[in-house]
Design a protein around this ligand. Structure first.
Ligand code: PBE
Length: 303
């Protein structure tokens, strides 16, 4: 009996020692992370989301995300597509954390290791598409251009080839021409049996988003060099891009992101524009960070 209780005492002691050993190491760990001065992700990026031009749909969606995810201490920085990618390049070079408004297709995803933050509240929508819109009457006035624009549909990989060439220094019009010359089968599907015109003017509008610079330059090249139009491509803000097509000053635009990104514009002009349907499906917008940051969801911005 005595012997047994001695053993029990020893076992009990061992247990206490093990427990306290755990506590000690736990305490040391806590100290270590405190000692690293680990700042929250928000503090590290000064609670700034690097945005683009104020008329972009992604800016409206991001304001909504700030509201819906309770990110009242965050601000959305306005700028441009070019300023946003410049900030991204600079921060990635310095291995610093950063959060931007991003979208696919975009060359930044092939150049850098990036990830979308999860959006459990679906503020940035789900199945997004890029549509071509035309002014009312284009169908009868310019059937050749209309038919081509109506048929035009391509993939994000195809657009990516032009975008990457531009990012690597090619002039947009040269990159578009090269792509068309390298893919005659694709171009021929779009222009097959269409009757070319003789120098008639045609106006397109677009915003200086990298994806739209690529698509609009391709449309301009095909309309000019294959179908005989004299094309003006107007680079404008998102609002005027829609208004121009709605009031008939502009013939078409291939830069309508629907159903969500440009929902407000579509709602306003739905009776005044001719929606030719998607020229690309499976596109996406959201908040984007370099893969090396350790947050994964928009919800993580709250901490
Ligand atoms: N974008 C690219 C645009 C549509 C194309 C996502 C920046 C926008 O947010 O309106």
């Amino acid at each position: 009996m005595r012997k047994q209780s001695k053993w029990m005492l020893l076992l009990g002691l061992a247990g206490v020692l093990t427990l306290s050993a755990c506590n000690t190491s736990g305490g040391a760990d806590n100290k270590a992370s405190g000692g690293n001065g680990a700042e929250s992700f928000g503090k590290q990026v000064k609670h700034e989301i690097i945005g683009i031009d104020p008329g972009a749909g992604i800016m409206k969606a991001t304001s909504k995300a700030i509201e819906e995810y309770g990110l009242s201490d965050w601000k959305l920085v306005e700028g441009s597509s070019a300023a946003m990618t410049a900030t991204l390049a600079k921060d990635i070079k310095a291995k610093k954390p950063v959060v931007i408004t991003g979208w696919t297709p975009h060359w930044m995803f092939s150049k850098y290791d990036l990830k979308y933050l999860d959006d459990p509240k679906k503020v940035y929508g789900e199945a997004e598409e890029i549509h071509t819109i035309a002014r009312q009457g284009l169908k009868d006035d310019e059937p050749t251009a209309y038919q081509f624009l109506d048929r035009f549909e391509w993939t994000s990989d195809e657009m990516g080839e032009i975008m990457t060439a531009i990012e690597e220094g090619a002039k947009p019009e040269d990159a578009a021409k090269k792509w068309a010359d390298d893919h005659p089968d694709r171009v021929n599907e779009w222009i097959k049996d269409l009757k070319p015109v003789n120098g008639k003017p045609l106006k397109l509008s677009y915003v200086a988003w990298d994806s739209e610079i690529a698509s609009t330059n391709l449309l301009q090249y095909v309309l000019q060099d294959k179908l005989g139009y004299k094309v003006t491509a107007l680079q404008v803000e998102a609002g005027p891009m829609w208004t121009g097509v709605a009031n008939g000053d502009v013939d078409a635009s291939a830069a309508a992101w629907l159903p969500l990104t440009h929902a407000d514009y579509m709602e306003k002009y739905k009776d005044k524009v001719d929606d030719l349907g998607p020229n690309m499906t499976g596109v996406k917008t959201g908040l984007v960070v370099p893969s090396y940051v350790d947050i994964n969801s928009i919800e993580d911005l709250k901490k």
